[in-house]
Design a protein around this ligand. Sequence first.
Ligand code: SF4
Ligand code: SF4
Length: 177
Amino acid sequence: MNKPFLLILIEEKFKRFNKYLSIKMFVGELPIAKKGMLFKCKLCGQKCCNLYPEISEGELEKIRKVFPSFKPYFSSEGKMLLLSEKGYCPFLNKGLCTIHEYKPIVCQIYPFYPVEKRVLDDILELTEEVEIIKYGSEEYVFFFDEKCPGVGEGEPINFMELLKKFLEAKHFLKNPL
Ligand code: SF4
Ligand code: SF4
């Protein structure tokens, strides 16, 4: 079973602090997006920039056009992460993203995390209110980080667009999501 990328990022975080993470317990605690949910990024940098986003080779190249000497952090599994010695993304400055134009897909789709519905069938019972997006032969639902201040604000979310970005990332990141 492929893991949702939020869980991979959080595992990285927890490894750093040497704590044990039960993925099944964690999945059970995350809220799932409902139909008609609203979102508008407030550009606050409060939550999304502390999750050690993984970047692809292509994204690294784009960042290096602006910051030629930039070196990503390599995890024990060889993933390239945006993580500085300060414990958060090196491009976060005074709460704002300084590479907004080049920010990786992982950052673009935060705070939503698509998961194949069939992966959850034995773990969770989904209500009729849950947004389910069909794509090809799969169906997806979207966990989200409710601590992001943009949740519940602005316009209805285009979940299909989010899903396409996620699937794009799934193809080019080093480790499958
Ligand atoms: S995604 Fe959420 S936490 Fe990140 S900058 Fe936007 S509102 Fe803030
Ligand atoms: S690239 Fe920008 S949005 Fe992504 S973690 Fe870094 S500062 Fe935050």
